[in-house]
Design a protein around this ligand. Sequence first.
Ligand SMILES: Nc1ncnc2c1ncn2[C@@H]1O[C@H](COP(=O)(O)OP(=O)(O)OP(=O)(O)O)[C@@H](O)[C@H]1O
Ligand SMILES: O=C(O)[C@H](O)[C@@H](O)[C@H](O)[C@H](O)CO
Length: 163
Amino acid sequence: MGVSGSGKSTMGALLGERLDLPFIDGDDLHPDENREKMRAGHPLDDDDRWPWLHRIGELIDAGLVEGHATIVACSALRKSYRDLIRRHAPEAIFVHLRGSSELIADRMGARDHEYMPATLLGSQLATLEPLEDDERGVVVDVTASPDELADQIIAALPAVTTP
Ligand SMILES: Nc1ncnc2c1ncn2[C@@H]1O[C@H](COP(=O)(O)OP(=O)(O)OP(=O)(O)O)[C@@H](O)[C@H]1O
Ligand SMILES: O=C(O)[C@H](O)[C@@H](O)[C@H](O)[C@H](O)CO
């Protein structure tokens, strides 16, 4: 989880490799209307996001039925969005990729994205609700390199998964 540009796609792919688990990028699951809205510079609202979050939950469910966890890149900005995902997967662990707005804006400015403009970072940050104490999760600071972050996240997982 985390705002646009925080490194979800980068870290999701890397964690998938490191943990030998399938990786699903939520970016790829947005319907065309959502992509066009963001491309035009408008933030999504809750009604745009619910069907997308349901789809993500269904894919996590499908993996659990097959007997495996799935790594998912999904902004999951509000607690209510994470609640919806937890309705599908109560043991979901959220890894919040946290960084300053300056650092993330720099990274967004330096990359090409199919539809997400850097101008939407402000609304992403305004929408973000950090993990609360009762949410199973890990918070990392994205100033570290992807490999260092993967080490930190994997090291933190046993503490999060142990009841
Ligand atoms: N830990 C890191 N250190 C340095 N650069 C990083 C790190 N993580 C990601 N990046 C770079 O920052 C940019 C944004 O990363 P990425 O696209 O993975 O973010 P994202 O959260 O998936 O964004 P979006 O939600 O908009 O798709 C990319 O150019 C990526 O290579
Ligand atoms: O919930 C949202 O506002 C969206 O998921 C965005 O976060 C983008 O999809 C993503 O960050 C860009 O790829």
